[in-house]
Design a protein around this ligand. Sequence first.
Ligand SMILES: C[S@@+](CC[C@H](N)C(=O)[O-])C[C@H]1O[C@@H](n2cnc3c(N)ncnc32)[C@H](O)[C@@H]1O
Length: 220
Amino acid sequence: MDIRAIEQAYRRYARFYDVCFGAVFQPGRRAIVETMDCAPGERILEVGVGTGLSLPLYPRSARVVGIDISRHMLDQARLRLVRGGLANVAELMVMDAENMAFEDDSFDKVVAMYVASVVPDPKRLVDEMRRVCKPGGRIFMVNHFHSRNPVLGGFERLLAPLSKQLGFRPDFSLDRFLGATGLDARSLRPVNLFDFSTLVEARNDKQSAAEVPAPAFVAS
Ligand SMILES: C[S@@+](CC[C@H](N)C(=O)[O-])C[C@H]1O[C@@H](n2cnc3c(N)ncnc32)[C@H](O)[C@@H]1O
């Protein structure tokens, strides 16, 4: 995966993204925004906001900034803002989530929905999410991780060489992701139809991987 391949993939997806990936992954978006429990005035950053399918879910009192590497995906998000009159969205910006222009400790909560398996370097993504999140702030992710089901998992492994064309890694391992990033995951919860995705909730303790306790797995 590289940035150019990702931009190209999402330029192709932008116009029909909502039809293919809207309703089917909306329970995960809804669950993560509910878990975030945004308080009035909190500064929220959503990285890889895409076409903005999550934006109507945030409370009107929140202040949401969305970034994405794909101008074409953000164009769709901007249309959604105008149509929905979403005044809680402060800004939508073209920006690389692995190299953000924000100052350290800028946001109370930072969230990535279906992005971790898309970016070129997931560790770099998490490092940046931590950097721009306040110490003690919260980091949230929802993603599909490599299936433990032998049939589905085998199929995902077969698709792995097509990652560039697909625009995501089908065989993205949760254990390797948590191990490599040292993300202080406090809970892992299955979401979406057939528990297809996992909601990860973490505290921004800025600890090293070695100090991080094992997360609790909450059954659906
Ligand atoms: C699978 S889509 C998810 C979009 C949205 N979060 C959702 O819930 O539908 C992945 C998004 O991540 C964006 N993306 C990929 N790599 C990125 C990067 N390095 N920086 C910012 N956005 C990125 C893509 O352009 C795309 O919009």
